[in-house]
Design a protein around this ligand. Structure first.
Ligand code: DUC
Ligand code: ZN
Ligand code: ZN
Length: 480
């Protein structure tokens, strides 16, 4: 089946130009002015609009079993909502319980994701270590198309990776050509502060950011970066929320380390006053980790994105409804951590990035899709408008506006952290491999239409690092 997107302006991370885009059998097959229309082709009128690569959200948690409950958004509802906002791919996370066989967990997540309406991949979390984990990492990279491993430096007593796990997994990742990623927060410090605050009678959501100070993120970012430096492996830091962590990334990059930073749409636009909201439910709805931060961090994060120290934008989409959040009514540390955003990320980034002049349209494409595709090695199949690429496209109407609200969103959650935000610039059409999943307000996402995207291991980038470290391989001193 073919679709012609006619009369739009194509925006990629590199270029802006007028062209029609013809999609056939899931791929982009022609780009040019006044393309001929094969019979039976569906026409999308993109006059006055932009044609961009569909968004890639490299950080979501659909139906995640977490903190004694399961995230309310499943892979179908979540990817459908994503398409309503112009996002056509997600990279979610397989998170094995400590001691759980990694391959069993991987197969469970692959099964849950079969109902996805849009394409998806997985980072796999390393939550414990033994020889089987070492072997399974090899199987995942060589046979299953996994090229990134996640490490939670927080969540002590649950999924936290200590330095021994980080060392082993980072070293193994280097050998396999896979990217280690970290959630950077000092889990021991958070644990101790949670206990202290509860003992002092601070049991409400206002305790959440107090237990996770910026220094806890800065310390963990620095520790992960220093481990990566010694091991000689690249590093991707998820949801950078503070100037503290950003400064560590800048220092490491200036020293020649290959490190990438991700920032969430929420951390760019929402501050920590939400935790002091008089309505417990509203405050609890914002509990996620790392928490929303004092305002000055937001401006630093925007500068990080503008200045090239942060590379991707994500949401950490992880939905819990009010009845689930209520599990922590007497103890903020028991409030399931997570907020939604997969539907709103592109519009929020356009409104606060492009409409304010902070980002060019090309930089917007880099930050919302192309960079994630490059860093996770699926470019130009994803993240580009080029012949042969997957026809994952968004037609973006820069004049359409709306007020974001839980009343109108498509996400399966009863709160929206961007509630009341007015945005101008919206997806009018979203195509997943050439098929319209969103058309002028009509959500046509099809359960199960999404495909698992294999991501090959890195070779060139890692070979270069291996050469560098070989030059510095220590030699034993020969003595008589
Ligand atoms: N943070 C969250 O808020 N939710 C899921 C996991 C995480 O790290
Ligand atoms: Zn995290
Ligand atoms: Zn996460």
């Amino acid at each position: 089946m073919s679709t012609l997107i006619r009369g739009g302006t194509v925006i990629t991370a590199e270029q802006t130009y007028r062209a029609d885009v013809l999609c056939d059998d899931g791929k982009i097959v022609a780009i040019g002015e006044n393309l001929e229309v094969p019979t039976g082709t569906e026409i999308v009128d993109a006059g006055g609009q932009y044609v961009m690569p569909g968004g890639i959200d490299p950080h979501t948690h659909m139906q995640l079993p977490f903190m004694g409950t399961v995230a309310s958004e499943d892979f179908y509802t979540g990817t459908a909502a994503a398409m309503a906002g112009g996002t056509t791919s997600i990279i979610d996370f397989v998170i094995p319980d400590p001691q759980q066989n990694i391959m069993d967990a991987y197969r469970a997540w692959r099964g849950w994701a079969e109902k996805s309406a849009a394409d998806y991949g997985f980072h796999v979390a390393i939550t414990w270590w033994d020889e089987s984990v070492d072997a399974d990492m090899g199987t995942l990279v060589r046979e299953e198309g996994i090229n990134s491993f996640k490490h939670f430096m927080a969540y002590k007593g649950a999924i936290m990776a200590d330095d021994e796990i980080l060392y082993n997994s980072f070293t193994r990742s280097l050998g396999l050509g896979a990217m280690p990623t970290v959630h950077a927060e000092n889990g021991e410090l958070v644990f101790q502060l949670q206990k202290k605050l509860i003992n002092e009678g601070i049991t409400g959501p206002e305790g959440h950011p107090l237990s996770r100070p910026p220094a806890a993120e800065g310390e963990a970012a620095n520790r992960a970066l220093r481990l990566a430096e010694v091991i000689g492996v690249p590093l991707y830091i998820v949801h950078v929320s503070t100037n503290d962590a950003l400064e560590e990334i800048k220092r490491a990059r200036a020293a020649g380390q290959r490190v990438y930073g991700e920032v969430l749409a929420g951390h760019l636009t929402i501050d920590d006053s939400v935790y002091r909201h008089p309505d417990w439910d509203v405050a609890a709805a914002h509990v996620m980790s790392p928490p929303f931060r004092a305002k000055h961090h937001q401006e630093a994060l925007w500068k990080g994105l503008q200045g090239g120290s942060l590379h991707t934008t994500a949401t950490d989409h992880c939905c819990f409804c009010a009845d689930q959040k209520a599990m922590g009514r007497d103890d903020f540390s028991q409030i399931p951590n997570g907020t939604a955003g997969v539907e709103d990320r592109m519009a929020v980034l356009w409104e606060h990035g492009v409409n304010t002049g902070r980002l060019t349209m090309n930089e917007f494409v880099a930050a919302t899709s192309a960079n994630a595709a490059k860093i996770f090695n699926i470019y130009p199949q994803k993240g580009s408008v080029s012949i042969g690429a997957d026809a994952d496209l968004v037609v973006w109407d820069p004049n359409a506006s709306k007020t974001i609200s839980v009343k109108t969103h498509h996400q399966n959650v009863d709160y929206n952290i961007f509630e009341g935000m007015e945005v101008t610039g919206l997806a009018s059409h979203t195509l997943s491999r050439g098929v319209l999943g969103w058309k002028d307000g009509d959500l046509r996402a099809v359960k199960g239409a999404g495909k698992y995207v294999k991501r090959p291991a890195f070779s060139a980038a890692f070979d270069a690092l291996a050469k560098q470290s070989a030059q510095h391989t220590p030699k034993a001193v020969k003595r008589s």
